[in-house]
Design a protein around this ligand. Sequence first.
Ligand code: NI
Length: 135
Amino acid sequence: MLLHGLFYFIKMNQNKPVSIQQKFSLFNDQWSPKIIAESNDQLIKLAKIEGEFVWHNHPHEDEMFFIIKGKLLLKFRDKEIELKEGELYVVPKGVDHFPVAEKECWVMLIEPKGTRHTGETDFERSVDEKDQKWI
Ligand code: NI
C-alpha cells in the first residue's frame, strides 16, 4: 500500500522535468523496463540490457528503441542493424527481432500501455506491465 502510494506520488510529479541520466542512476537490474513518463496512453520507459534477449515480435505495436548509452544489435530474419548512442530505430509491428547487447546498453522505449516486451513469447526475461515500476 505504501509502495503504491509512492508510485502514485511519483506519477503525479510528472509536471517536473525528468532527467534521463538521473533516472538511469536509480536502478541496476537488467531487462526490467522502468516507467518514467506517460503521454497519450504511451509509456516512456528506460531499460538496461546486456546479453541476448529472445526472438519475438509484437503483433499489434511498432517498437521504438532509442539508444541512450552503448550499442544495440537488432537481428532480424533477413538482416542485422547496429544502433549506436543517440540513434533510434522503429521495429514495425509483427516483425521478428532479436536484440543483443555485447556490453550493457541503456535504451529508452516508447510503448502503448499494455505492450508485453517479449510480445507473445513467454520467456524468463518477460516482465508483465503490471510489474513494471514507475521510478
Ligand atoms: Ni520487442
